[in-house]
Design a protein around this ligand. Structure first.
Ligand SMILES: [Zn+2]
Ligand SMILES: [Zn+2]
Length: 189
């Protein structure tokens, strides 16, 4: 039987049957079958279960691309296949005990995002601080100008000038220096 011919050319590893013949660069078994090169796991599935409907993929429950054990081959959609890959990645990441910056994933230092991915609280805090401009470069509110209506805008790295006219705050623009901003306000008064 055709299937047996292929299965005999495998090496057992754990519960898998690893193909000992040629492999694709992607790691899948390469069969010579029906006069052409084909991905082995798909051939095995077809020989065992019949044709594979268009658009469906054959997945490895064992995550071992070399494996052609018919019991490890599942039919599914590309979407399911990607879902599998995502879950495996998540599983691998769960095993890491620290974030990429070396902070421990302790219970106090770990939160989860919407997708269930672990987030390092220390990194998140540092990120927020940076984003809000408390990275040492920004002048804080107290460093801001003593002159009413003038304040330093860290994002633009400029001074803004505002005055109140008839109770409404009016922007006078952004200036490179504090003095320019003050002069603009004096001009309007
Ligand atoms: Zn397997
Ligand atoms: Zn971290």
């Amino acid at each position: 039987m055709m299937l047996g011919k292929f299965l005999n050319k495998t090496f057992p590893k754990d519960d898998c049957m690893e193909w000992t013949g040629a492999l694709y660069k992607s790691g899948y078994a390469q069969f010579w079958h029906e006069g052409k090169k084909q991905r082995g796991h798909r051939v095995v599935y077809r020989l065992k279960n019949g044709p594979i409907a268009e658009g469906l993929v054959i997945r490895h429950s064992c995550d071992n691309r070399k494996c052609i054990n018919p019991k490890h081959l599942l039919i599914g959609t590309q979407k399911e296949n990607m879902q599998d890959a995502k879950e495996r990645r998540r599983f691998r990441n769960q095993k890491k005990t620290e974030c990429k910056h070396g902070h421990a994933f302790s219970s106090q230092n770990t939160s989860y995002d919407k997708k269930g991915k672990r987030v390092c609280k220390t990194c998140a805090r540092l990120y927020m601080r940076k984003r809000n401009g408390y990275n040492g470069f920004r002048k804080s509110k107290t460093d801001s100008s003593q002159f009413p209506g003038v304040s330093f805008e860290a994002r633009q790295n400029k001074w803004s000038a505002r005055i109140k006219i008839d109770g409404k705050l009016k922007r006078l623009g952004m200036f490179k220096t504090e003095i320019e901003a003050i002069n603009k306000i004096k001009e309007k008064k």
